[in-house]
Design a protein around this ligand. Structure first.
Ligand SMILES: C[S@@+](CC[C@H](N)C(=O)[O-])C[C@H]1O[C@@H](n2cnc3c(N)ncnc32)[C@H](O)[C@@H]1O
Length: 268
């Protein structure tokens, strides 16, 4: 496990006692900003649409693994586990979810009890860190992470571990926020509380791509998907009691070119 720094303790609190997944900015036990289709202007977004956006982000990531039935996938930062259950079902895969938070793992066991019962050999949740992955070499056909790498201080170590546990030619895919290369990120801490505290780290996406290449990954590809994320997520937050919070600043940071949401894929 990583050393317990102040920042790490804050992250653990956020996913432990605070139970971020219960906040109304999220829904359906997912904890991500979502991949959205068009939402007509002038109407409320439904709770079902908010949940569907988060499930769709999972599909967008995992479809980049070029999945085939029966393959073994590792999810990094599986949270409350509903995404891993969805992937096991929809892609006919064997999915192991990894999370460092015992509280999230307890929620995952409870929330996905039915799926765990139906898919005993295809769905499981495990405690551990993405920088010390508790599996042997070459055990997975795909490794993926949905909106979690912003919490990892040592992405180079994560990249080495992801590469190690992938079978040769296996695929890696992730989606989360990074800075566009060359972006001025100096205003972010003043606008985004989790960046100011260090809970979220917004790195240049090219640095992460270089970490993947240095770990031995090939065909590293970076695709900005912010147009599918930020505007609709902001509309959703505006409907909640968090409408006056700093969370509304994400959209402005995106529109100024200081941050974006990216899909990053690679072959092991
Ligand atoms: C924003 S949530 C995303 C959860 C899920 N992927 C989703 O989209 O619903 C991030 C999760 O990553 C976990 N996490 C953070 N740092 C981690 C680390 N170093 N190793 C494993 N899990 C970590 C947290 O405990 C949390 O459950």
């Amino acid at each position: 496990m990583e050393p317990v720094t102040d920042v790490q303790a804050q992250r653990d609190f956020m996913y432990g006692e605070l139970d971020l997944g219960s906040f109304t900015i999220f829904s359906g036990s997912f904890i991500n900003y979502g991949y959205w289709g068009e939402v007509e202007p002038g109407r409320e977004i439904t709770l079902a649409e908010r949940t569907a956006s988060q499930a769709e982000l999972y599909r967008q990531v995992v479809s980049r693994l070029e999945p085939q039935a029966g393959q073994r996938f590792l999810e990094l930062g599986s949270g409350i586990g509903v995404g891993a259950a969805l992937i096991a079902r929809e892609f006919d895969a064997r999915v192991a979810g990894l999370d460092r938070s015992p509280a999230q793992l307890a929620r995952a066991a409870e929330t996905n009890a039915a799926a765990l019962g139906e898919l005993p050999d295809r769905l499981s949740y495990h405690e551990g860190s993405v920088t010390a992955i508790p599996w042997g070499d070459g055990e997975f056909d795909g490794v993926y992470a949905v909106e979690m790498l912003q919490h990892v201080d040592d992405l180079a170590a994560m990249a080495r571990e992801a590469h190690r546990v992938l079978a040769p030619g296996g695929r890696f895919a992730t989606a989360t926020f990074f800075a566009p290369d060359g972006a001025d990120t100096s205003r972010l801490p003043g606008l985004l509380e989790t960046v100011a505290s260090g809970v979220d780290v917004v790195r240049p996406v090219g640095e992460f791509a270089a970490d993947l290449a240095a770990a031995g990954f090939q065909e590293v590809a970076v695709t900005p998907i912010g147009e599918h994320v930020w505007r609709q997520f902001d509309r959703w937050v505006a409907q909640t009691e968090h409408r006056d919070s700093w969370g509304r600043n994400w959209l402005g940071c995106y529109e100024n070119g200081w941050v974006d949401y990216f899909l990053v894929t690679a072959r092991g």
